[in-house]
Design a protein around this ligand. Structure first.
Ligand SMILES: Cc1cc2nc3c(=O)[nH]c(=O)nc-3n(C[C@H](O)[C@H](O)[C@H](O)COP(=O)(O)OP(=O)(O)OC[C@H]3O[C@@H](n4cnc5c(N)ncnc54)[C@H](O)[C@@H]3O)c2cc1C
Ligand code: FES
Length: 250
């Protein structure tokens, strides 16, 4: 983990209510897909966690949805060339075994961003089947990045683009044809829960990235604690954010 002063290169809208923030680091920082950054914002004591979507040498991109005051301030008050205190890379990230060649990624909402990092990292030597869910056509972004794998099926809640339904439904419609060795997922908790139910009895390993509210991002404050199915607790920032789907309560 590094604490750096990043320089903003770009901070622009890419879809309805979604912004991409690209910043430069002083030197290239190795990042595993699924790891995240804690972004410091003027006037806010707590940094905000955002998944690292792209890491290209000294250029890092995170994408964010306008949510509360912090993300609104980031969109409205931070411009190119300004400095930003950032902690990164944080958390464990997605890691695949050599034997896991056919990889399904199932994402919804802002959960698509860490999965784009996974597609970027693994598309060159694995077969990636991506199922990505959005509210409607206007919310769809980064289609090129999501489509780097073997298959991309978009799903929208209102049917205005792609499959009419959720990403989990779109995926389950093709699971027997795709026969994935592993599933990677990130999205709202009800989506992850639906995926867990749908995969019950299928004997396919699945990993989910959780997006708990965070304080410190480095394991010290316990704001992000989640319940594990064995009765223990885990810190999402330090022990996760990626967990085996049956390891955590959803
Ligand atoms: C590991 C991780 C990766 C994330 N990656 C992304 C990403 O790539 N893109 C993105 O847009 N967002 C991502 N998030 C969520 C993002 O951190 C929050 O949306 C952001 O911190 C909200 O800050 P805010 O100041 O705008 O809202 P606040 O004013 O802090 O909160 C506004 C509302 O959102 C709720 N909220 C705040 N944080 C979260 C959270 N983590 N999960 C659910 N609800 C929350 C609050 O309870 C409140 O109701 C990620 C979160 C985690 C933990
Ligand atoms: S956010 Fe502080 S321990 Fe996880």
């Amino acid at each position: 983990m590094r604490e750096i002063t990043a320089t903003i290169l770009e901070n622009t809208p890419i879809a309805e209510g979604i912004f991409a923030l690209t910043f430069a680091t002083e030197e290239a920082i190795p990042v595993q897909a699924g790891q995240f950054a804690m972004i410091g914002l003027r006037g806010f004591p707590l940094r905000r966690p955002l998944a690292i979507c792209k890491a290209e040498g000294e250029r890092i991109t995170v994408c964010y949805r306008l949510n509360g005051e912090g993300t609104r301030s980031l969109a409205n008050e931070f411009r190119a060339r300004e400095k930003l205190p950032v902690l990164l890379p944080l958390g464990n990230g997605f890691s695949l075994k050599d034997s896991q060649r056919r990889v399904a990624v199932v994402g919804g909402g802002v959960g698509i961003f860490p999965l784009i990092a996974a597609i970027r990292q693994y598309a060159a030597d694995r077969e990636i089947y991506a199922y990505m869910g959005f509210r409607d056509r206007e919310s769809v972004c980064m289609e090129y990045e999501m489509g780097r794998g073997k298959r991309l099926l978009l799903a929208t809640d209102d049917g205005s683009c792609g499959y009419h339904g959720t990403a989990v439904q779109a995926f389950m419609g093709e699971i027997d044809k795709v026969r994935p060795d592993v599933v990677l997922s990130c999205g709202p908790t009800p989506m992850l829960r639906a995926l867990k139910v749908a995969l019950t009895g299928k004997k396919i390993p699945a990993y989910v990235s959780l997006e708990e509210r965070m304080g410190c991002g480095i394991g010290a404050c316990l704001v992000c604690v989640c319940k594990k199915t064995d009765g223990q607790r885990a810190r999402v920032c330090k022990d996760g954010p990626v967990f085996e789907i049956n390891e955590v309560e959803l």
